[in-house]
Design a protein around this ligand. Structure first.
Ligand code: IVH
Length: 679
């Protein structure tokens, strides 16, 4: 239990890091569930999981990799091609839509007014799988994947108690049987109990459990199965879908007991009857699937796009309810995002007690004019977070007022800004905001920042919890706690000494790394380097950033003129320095460090040269021209002397141009300057 997981590698390759995290989480899951011998405690497990989630937050393109926390990363399983594609279903919601679906079938088949006969089955909320039997033995099984090709989860499927290992004599030599793997509500609750990992719903739990690299883990999670559809087969099985289901049942497959033959006219009543039983079922369903019973008609109808013409999913409507909005809580995420959350009088929405709902963002609240005290209409669809659809102004209390979104962070009191064009307002408190501090400290110590060996997520969290690490400056006082660190479980003298040595080795830090480490939004490694090159020293940077808080100031113009630094980045920087907490933090931290100046860029016509600008430039402001020259390694001065290398002459230049001419200094027009500066 006390073994420390190795410090997280800097996420140079976030995909690889995420895969590593998921593998470690899976190992922890295996140890916990299969061996009943945990290899890490909940805090460590949560830390890994949080890192994985924050990676996902920063890299939305990796989202799918983490969809099922605790499951294997994408690509971990072999691929299996389905003989026949696995399709999806078109949805209908209203009787009229269903009637239109039936009419289109009749038109397609040229059936006139003949009524259609269906088999209706609950639509199970799990994950679809294809089971292949060869010579009446279960040979392999795959997830749906992209419909053409899925993941080979054969060994995991073998652990399902309900999956027949063999089929009787009358089964064809080759057959693909499709169905749904799901987790019962009871098994879901049992699985979620007593562990720090919480699956959001039975479907995620089923998917996460099936996609385990170790089949023993799948076996330990109780997964269930319903068989309901045909894939490829070497011989036909029955003439109707109803026969087919009966055969599956006889072969030993679980077939949903609520399945019934229904006429077109009976569908609506069946829909209602299943909806009434829904809450009492031990598995989640989200509608009813209606399938043309006659398999010959199914063949004729075939497919349109990715869905069959012979089946449709009639979904249940999203559940709605009215309740009172008691408060709008503003939550601060680890990246400083302020998100509004509605606190409600608890209300039952389709069998689930709801006391919170999402309000998305500031604009959404304003657009819907949702006010505290309002009666609001809620909607809960499937497993998504309940949403507030609208407020009922007719029931509004007389004294109600529009909601004012805070412009200060509720966690730390710092200014919360919303850059132009964005929907999210963010706290500028950064490292001094308790809601963000752990994440920020981890970033501060990470490889691309201060690169402190041994100060990984786990350690930062542990020290933070002990109250030793509340701000970056505290890192550099940890040497006073060496003995206390050594005494912690899992540490010892050697590790403590190593950590302190690693910290001490980083008191000297290049300016670019220092800037990056502060975790200012939009200041990644690249922008930190641009800033460091431009301002050269910490003192200059700091002074300029504080002045850049005034829009229109020379410092602000200069900042904006650095190629690569746009207005929104400038605003983030100005915001950071406008916040007194951040300035205090720097005042405490910087004296503990030696911040190395960034040496000016080499090469180019202006490197190491002295330039004077005179007269009015037409295409550039003075600060912009100055910034550009400096970025190229030049020194910009005010007066012309023998040491001056270039004088850039604008309109109505006066004595400086004359002096340059008399001293033989090279004179450049604005256009020549632009050329040489690569503008
Ligand atoms: S029949 C050719 N029957 O719904 C279509 N699908 O939205 C074969 N599903 O991917 C599907 N319960 O995972 C069918 N009784 C049922 C179902 C069902 C759930 C799922 C299935 C499919 C999805 C389509």
């Amino acid at each position: 239990m006390s073994a420390r997981p190795p410090a997280p590698a800097a996420a140079a390759d976030p995909r690889a890091r995420l895969a590593e995290l998921l593998a470690r989480l899976a190992a922890a899951d295996a140890a916990y569930h299969r061996d009943d011998a945990p290899i890490m405690d909940d805090a460590a497990y949560d830390a890994l999981r949080r890192e994985a989630e924050s990676l996902r937050a920063r890299h939305p393109e990796l989202a799918a990799t983490l969809d099922q926390v605790g499951a294997a990363p994408a690509g971990a399983f072999g691929k299996l091609r389905h003989r026949l594609p696995m399709l999806s279903l078109d949805n209908v919601f209203e009787p009229a839509d269903f009637a239109e679906f039936c009419a289109s079938i009749r038109r397609f088949l040229g059936l006139g007014a003949a009524p259609l006969a269906f088999v209706a089955e609950p639509k199970i909320d799990g994950l679809s799988i294809s089971l292949t039997y060869e010579n009446r033995r279960f040979a392999r099984g795959a997830t749906r994947g992209d419909g053409a090709e899925g993941e080979d989860v054969t060994e995991n499927l073998r652990t399902l108690r309900e999956l027949p290992a063999t089929l009787p004599e009358d089964a064809p030599d080759f057959i693909e049987i499709r169905g749904e793997v799901y987790m019962t509500k009871a098994d879901f609750v049992a699985l979620n109990q007593g562990q720090s990992r919480q699956f959001a719903n039975p479907r995620n739990a089923a998917a996460g459990s099936l996609r385990q690299l170790d089949p023993a883990i799948t076996a330990a999670r109780r997964l269930s199965l319903f068989a309901y559809a045909r894939g490829a087969a070497s011989a036909a099985v029955g003439e109707t879908h109803w026969d087919y289901l009966a055969t599956l049942r006889r072969w030993g497959f679980p077939v949903n007991p609520l399945a019934e033959r229904v006429s077109e006219a009976g569908a609506e009543a069946f829909q209602r009857a299943v909806a009434e039983r829904r809450a009492g079922l031990d598995y989640d369903i989200d509608g009813v699937v209606y399938k043309i019973d006659d398999l010959a008609l199914q063949e004729r109808l075939g497919f349109a796009g990715r869905a069959p013409r012979w089946a449709v999913a009639w979904k249940f409507p999203a559940e709605r309810a009215l309740t009172t909005l008691r408060a709008i809580d503003i939550q601060v995420g680890r990246t400083g995002a302020l998100t509004p959350r509605a606190r409600l009088d608890p209300v039952n929405v389709g069998g689930v007690l709801v006391s919170h709902a999402t309000l998305h963002n500031e604009d959404e609240i304003a657009r819907k004019d949702v006010r505290i005290g309002d009666t609001v209409e809620l909607q809960r669809a499937g497993d998504v977070i309940p949403q507030i659809l609208r407020a009922l102004p007719e029931r509004r209390p007389a004294d109600s007022a529009p909601f004012v979104f805070p412009d200060h962070c509720p966690a730390c009191g710092a200014l919360a800004i919303r850059p132009a064009g964005e929907v999210v307002r963010r706290c500028t408190g950064g490292l001094s905001c308790p809601a963000q501090v752990v994440e920020r400290l981890i970033h501060f110590c990470a490889r691309a920042a201060f690169d402190i060996e041994g100060m990984g997520e786990r350690t930062v969290e542990q020290f933070h919890a002990l109250g030793w690490l509340l701000s970056p400056a505290d890192i550099f006082t940890l040497r006073d706690r060496e003995a206390a660190i050594a005494a912690l479980e899992g540490w010892g003298e050697v590790s403590a000494r190593k950590l302190v040595a690693a910290i001490e080795a980083r008191r000297r830090v290049p300016l670019a790394r220092f800037i990056f480490a502060l975790g200012i939004r939009r200041i990644g490694e690249q922008n930190a380097k641009l800033l460091a090159r431009h301002y050269s020293s910490y003192a200059t940077w700091r002074q300029q950033m504080e002045q850049a808080g005034v829009i229109g100031s020379d410092a602000r113009l200069e900042l904006g003129s650095i190629s690569g630094i746009g207005p929104s980045i400038a605003e983030e920087l100005a915001g950071f320095f406008a916040e007194p907490h951040n300035r205090d933090l720097l005042d405490r931290l910087v004296p503990m460090l030696t911040i190395e100046d960034e040496v000016a860029a080499e090469g180019g016509a202006f490197a190491g040269k002295t330039i004077v600008f005179t007269g009015t430039l037409e295409t550039l402001t003075r600060p912009e021209a100055k910034a550009r020259a400096e970025a190229l390694g030049a020194k910009v001065t005010e007066s012309v002397s023998k040491k001056t290398d270039f004088v850039v002459v604008g309109a109505e230049a006066g004595s400086k141009a004359a002096k340059a001419a008399s001293l033989g200094v090279t004179i450049l027009s604005e256009a020549e300057f632009r050329d040489l500066a690569g503008l």
